[in-house]
Design a protein around this ligand. Structure first.
Ligand code: BV8
Ligand code: ZN
Length: 239
């Protein structure tokens, strides 16, 4: 792995780079991934809980799960993988874009700026009646489900299955993928669309693909670099 790490490291010194992250980058912070062993959704099927239908039929059950998750994320710390991406951005802010599928906010807590958040933010609550959106970092929350001052039920400000991604964030991610010289897929199973499609967009626009993941992914076959290992160990070695 050493020589491909060296090659990627030297490319990153001049390349326009997109770091595209998934739940795997937060695994070493103790936030379980969605599909890996011991995955977050082992007890819950994603379709069962992370959908607008599940929420409207049983908001309290869905909120009990997210309140548990918020507690877990609140106790988590950014890990060396998050911090390495913050350092990469600090060194070359004009040619570095961080696009994340994660809603845990650990990139921002690590100091990353202007993070493109494709699937929303678990610390944002949005009213299902009046649409008002506020940050809320209380753990645990009481009562569940939380209510807006207008009386409406508040939902997590995240993108559920079957829901559109925020347009402005999607546009930013698309543009960055189209302009990238190097596109790194970090800690993602590259299975949730349309976000996962950014790898193909980057490749078709001429970017060289790097995959950082302990396990195989569908992006491996297009990758010039496949770095098999935990992001928290690999990313600091790219600095
Ligand atoms: C939409 C918030 C429609 C909720 C999330 C069939 C084919 C193609 C698409 C579909 C299909 N059927 C349905 C769809 C659409 C669906 C989809 O893609 N489903 C998948 C499951 C097939 N997509 C949607 O519904 C999207 N919306 O399509 O709208 C539409 C279209 C037009 C008009 C109106 C509507 C919305 C998708 C967003 C869903 N919300 N999260 C919540 O989480 O509660 S997605 C969820 O998965 C998380 O955001 C997560 O980030 C994301 C992707 O997963 P990963 O981040 O990759 O995490 P995962 O666990 O999968 O992988 C972790 C990886 O890390 C693994 O590879 C592991 O090996 C690795 N790893 C482990 N440890 C480490 C590590 N890597 C590095 N270091 C380590 N230490
Ligand atoms: Zn309201």
């Amino acid at each position: 792995m050493e020589d491909s790490l060296d090659l990627l490291r030297s490319s990153l010194k001049t390349a326009r780079c997109v770091a595209f992250t998934g739940a795997g980058i937060s695994a070493e912070s103790g936030v379980p991934t969605f599909r890996g062993a011991g995955g977050l959704w082992r007890n819950y099927s994603p379709e069962r809980l992370a959908t607008a239908e599940a929420f409207s039929s049983d908001p309290r059950l869905v909120w009990e799960w997210y309140d548990w998750l918020r507690g877990l994320i609140h106790a988590a710390q950014p890990n060396p993988g998050h911090l390495a991406l913050t350092e990469m951005q600090r060194r070359a802010p004009e040619r570095f874009t961080l696009v994340t599928q994660n809603m845990d906010g650990l990139h921002e807590r690590a100091g990353s700026q202007d993070v493109v958040k494709l699937h929303g933010d678990i610390w944002l609550l949005r009213c299902t009646q009046c649409g008002r959106e506020d940050r809320n970092e209380r753990v645990p929350m009481d009562p569940l489900p939380p209510l807006c001052r207008c009386g409406g039920i508040l939902r997590p400000g995240i993108v559920w299955f079957g829901e559109m991604l925020p347009t402005e964030q999607w546009e930013r991610a698309l543009e960055a993928a189209q302009k990238a010289d190097v596109f790194m897929a970090i800690g993602t199973s590259v299975t949730v669309y349309p976000a996962a499609g950014l790898v193909a967009v980057a490749r078709e626009s001429g970017a060289r693909i790097a995959v950082l993941n302990p396990d195989p992914t569908p992006a491996d076959e297009f990758a010039e670099w496949v770095l098999r290992g935990p992001a928290g160990q690999i990313l600091p070695r790219l600095l």
